[in-house]
Design a protein around this ligand. Sequence first.
Ligand SMILES: *[C@@H]1O[C@H](CO)[C@@H](O)[C@H](O)[C@H]1NC(C)=O
Ligand SMILES: *[C@@H]1O[C@H](CO)[C@@H](O)[C@H](O)[C@H]1NC(C)=O
Ligand SMILES: *[C@@H]1O[C@H](CO)[C@@H](O)[C@H](O)[C@H]1NC(C)=O
Ligand SMILES: *[C@@H]1O[C@H](CO)[C@@H](O)[C@H](O)[C@H]1NC(C)=O
Ligand SMILES: *[C@@H]1O[C@H](CO)[C@@H](O)[C@H](O)[C@H]1NC(C)=O
Ligand SMILES: *[C@@H]1O[C@H](CO)[C@@H](O)[C@H](O)[C@H]1NC(C)=O
Length: 395
Amino acid sequence: MPIKELSVRIRREVRDGKFQVATTIIFCLSIAFLVLVLGMIINDHFKKFVLYEDLHFSSLNAFPPLFSSSLSPCMQQCNSSNTAYGLKEWISPKDRWHSMTDEELMWRASMVPGIVQYPFNRTPKVAFMFLTRGRLPLAPLWDMFFRGHEGLFSIYLHTLPEFTYEPSKSSVFYKRRIPSKLVQWGRSTMIDAERRLLANALLDFSNERFVLLSETCIPLFNFSIIYNYLINSNQSFLSTFDDPRPIGRGRYNKRMWPTITLSDWRKGSQWFEANRELALAIVSDIKYYPLFRNHCMPPCYMDEHYLPTVVTKFWPNLTSNRTITWTDWSRGGSHPAMFMRNDVTGGFLDRMRNGFNCTYNGERSTICFLFARKFHPNTLQPLLRVAPKLLGFDP
Ligand SMILES: *[C@@H]1O[C@H](CO)[C@@H](O)[C@H](O)[C@H]1NC(C)=O
Ligand SMILES: *[C@@H]1O[C@H](CO)[C@@H](O)[C@H](O)[C@H]1NC(C)=O
Ligand SMILES: *[C@@H]1O[C@H](CO)[C@@H](O)[C@H](O)[C@H]1NC(C)=O
Ligand SMILES: *[C@@H]1O[C@H](CO)[C@@H](O)[C@H](O)[C@H]1NC(C)=O
Ligand SMILES: *[C@@H]1O[C@H](CO)[C@@H](O)[C@H](O)[C@H]1NC(C)=O
Ligand SMILES: *[C@@H]1O[C@H](CO)[C@@H](O)[C@H](O)[C@H]1NC(C)=O
């Protein structure tokens, strides 16, 4: 009896339950249908969302406002020079200005490709790195020098940090300043500036030779001669010599021993020229640089000893041991002669151009200096007068 009763109750409950489930399903379906109809009324494109295939089979133009924001225009035409990140920005940054710290910059500049072959047409360039305080007084002469040789050179300016003047757009010096810091004569901040210039120039993978110049420097030949002389040289031009006098060996600090010994100690001109290999070595040096910064302070002038000593000790084959920037020390003192308006004559410039003997790629050469210093701003007019004829610039 109780079993019969129980089975009847169960059957009834199941029937009621089924009924409840059916009611719920019908209710939900009608709600969904209502929503569907409402949606279709609100937006007659709604159907196209529900039908998934529409995304693939209808033309993209059917939904112009909906898709232009989520799909890049690159989908239709990809071009490494505009929208997408390409090689161009990596091998040759468009702007000189950037937000990297010195530490970040040196690290980035020290990168060397593991694949030797370049995947682009590389025309080697000469990087002209100007270490100046402010405006370049002889800029018109340099403008004349560079004109017509675009693609074969790069220019970098390290100035006082507060100097913000920008020359006209037509000048080769327009937007060529790099992020700069204060420089003190004879101190490590001078080397920091040189390394900063080298590092910025190394970011352009086409730069092959790196020349350091000052605001009082002038070129002694036309661009083609200087370009070929540097590009074809198998060594850099960084002067180094052993000076036994107090102003040479006398500046050696025993605390550098044994890393740097007295017999390693060298002196040389600050105004160097480096090939890419040497430039990379200089920005990558984190071992010897701090040693000099801590133990070579005035009257030890770091710019006269750090590179000559380190390069002679570790990369002696990379330099010819001579500088290509002519300077007149014959008048004595701790600064070289400064030339004035009346000094600039054809004969005077010719002596610097051809009055010496030196070795170039293992052969004797009379072209030993490509640049000269120091020229006072008042030499600009006489220089502009003699330059076209003497230096063979295009007038
Ligand atoms: C890439 O874009 C640049 C600049 O917009 C244009 O000059 C060049 O012709 C484009 N190249 C290709 C292959 O589309
Ligand atoms: C560097 O010079 C030394 C001798 O001065 C020579 O033995 C060596 O082969 C040279 N190295 C290179 C890479 O030219
Ligand atoms: C430069 O000087 C170093 C050491 O004084 C020497 O080993 C090297 O051969 C010199 N290089 C040239 C090209 O004379
Ligand atoms: C350079 O060498 C040539 C030939 O040996 C010689 O006549 C000339 O006087 C030398 N010049 C200098 C400045 O030493
Ligand atoms: C540079 O080239 C000259 C001439 O070919 C050669 O005698 C000399 O050894 C080379 N120097 C280096 C460092 O390769
Ligand atoms: C550079 O000077 C040399 C020698 O004076 C000359 O042969 C050459 O044509 C000049 N180049 C230019 C571009 O003026």
